[in-house]
Design a protein around this ligand. Structure first.
Ligand SMILES: Cc1ncc(COP(=O)(O)O)c(C=O)c1O
Length: 409
């Protein structure tokens, strides 16, 4: 890429590279009109320059290609996908994934599960064990409402409580065993102990054994394809072996679920029957750095489809400009400027970030700069909507489930 094209792709500025302010004040602009159009789902004439910043922007063609690539991979290799919605928290996206053949949607929180079940999504799997009165009963209510909803347990106590609550609610709940797969955050011991927990679920009058889960978060971001394969094998094999023990003991094991974007082309061979991959839809800089099968340096299997768009708001110091994207926008030093991996991204407080250019100030006041975020889960969590674009044109807006408010947890 020449320096000229590099610069041209780096800035999606309304004013163009080497921005000037011609035209900016010639016609009145009413942001309220844009909001009103968005509320009516009328996106005609709305472009990126009309949008507030910082905001999340999804490049439609890249996003759709990612979705299709994963769906095709699953179809051709014979593994199911129940994609994780912790990444996007969006009903619109979940529906697109279902339309491409997802067996359901994974959720990390009970509130995400309520959102997805409420939207009519079948096969929702709450991948975190429900503990305590609030979560157990919200899970029971979801199971009552939607028989395809399922939960996981990694503790015999949870199995007892779910069975008792299901009896009171006069419902039957599907429960999977969550098995240890190298991550000490959750998961019951594999082997005989795992089999016993599965048998306990199976023996309960008000529960149905739904299979096993083993999520290897350690494998997902292991750098290098060979190393990642080895780590996934080490973590996931005991999970698959436990599923085989369950089968030998006469249990029906409908699913062996786990896996991630990093191991999507590894886990079928190890024995998973279902992937929970999530990040592949957008990609983030942590994933881009793990290396793929074909390129040991860069993970290019899926395209970076999501950016945080920000505006250059001050330019008074040599070699750097200030952007309106800081802690609150989830800016991290590992974020990267789209088209300019050489630019250093730094944080300057709650509302401010800094871009440091190797060769002096290269952006102008009012320029739009797009950043690839370091971690999708935490970043999408602080935005209300995705602006979906085709080039500069806004073509859709997808709401993101409410942020960290207690009421949504
Ligand atoms: C239980 C579980 N499954 C699957 C995933 C999805 O992984 P990824 O976004 O890396 O594809 C996650 C992500 O943290 C997870 O916690």
């Amino acid at each position: 890429m020449t320096r000229r094209t590099l610069l041209a792709t780096a800035f999606s500025t309304p004013l163009g590279w080497g921005a000037n302010t011609n035209g900016l004040t010639k016609r009145p602009f009413r942001y309220a009109d844009i909001e009103a159009k968005i509320a009516r789902k009328d996106f005609t004439g709305i472009s990126k320059e009309d949008l507030p910043t910082p905001s999340m922007v999804v490049e439609k063609s890249l996003f759709e290609a990612n979705l299709k690539k994963m769906a095709d991979h699953c179809k051709t290799t014979g593994i199911d996908i129940r994609s994780h919605c912790k990444i996007h928290k969006s009903v619109d996206i979940a529906r697109k994934q279902m339309a491409l053949g997802s067996s359901g949607i994974c959720c990390a929180t009970i509130a995400e599960s309520e959102l997805m079940v409420g939207a009519g999504i079948k096969g929702v799997l709450y991948t975190c064990q429900p503990a305590g009165k609030n979560k157990i009963w919200r899970g029971v209510v979801l199971g009552q409402k939607e028989p395809t909803f399922r939960m996981v347990a990694d503790d015999p106590m949870t199995v007892d409580l779910l069975d008792e609550a299901a009896a009171v609610a006069k419902t039957k709940l599907t429960v999977l065993v969550d098995l240890y797969a190298g991550l000490t955050r959750a998961g019951h011991a594999t082997g005989q102990a795992g089999l016993e927990l599965a048998q306990k679920i199976d023996s309960k009058k008000n529960l149905k054994f739904g299979g096993v889960m083993g999520y290897s978060g350690g494998a997902s971001h292991t750098k290098g394809f060979e190393q990642r394969t080895a780590k996934s094998r080490k973590d996931v094999e005991p999970v698959v072996e436990t599923a085989m023990l369950c089968k030998k003991a006469g249990l029906n094991v409908p699913v062996i679920t786990g896996g991630s974007t990093g191991t999507y082309n590894i886990d079928k061979e190890i024995g998973l029957t279902e992937l929970q991959a999530g990040s592949y839809i957008f990609m983030d800089t942590l994933y881009m750095g793990v290396g793929g099968r074909s390129d040991p340096k860069k993970y290019t299997d899926f395209a970076p489809a999501l950016t945080v768009m920000s505006t250059v708001i001050s330019k008074n110091h040599k070699g750097q400009v200030t952007i309106d994207c800081g802690n609150k926008a989830m800016l991290k030093p590992t974020d990267q400027m789209k088209g300019r991996p050489d630019v250093v991204v730094e944080n300057q407080g709650a509302e401010y970030g800094v871009l440091k250019f190797p060769e002096g100030n290269e952006a102008n006041l009012g320029d739009r700069v797009e950043l690839y975020c370091s971690n999708l889960d935490t970043s999408t969590n602080v935005y209300d909507r995705y602006y979906v674009v085709e080039g500069d044109k806004v073509v859709d807006v997808w709401p993101i489930m409410g942020r960290g408010g207690a009421v949504q947890r």
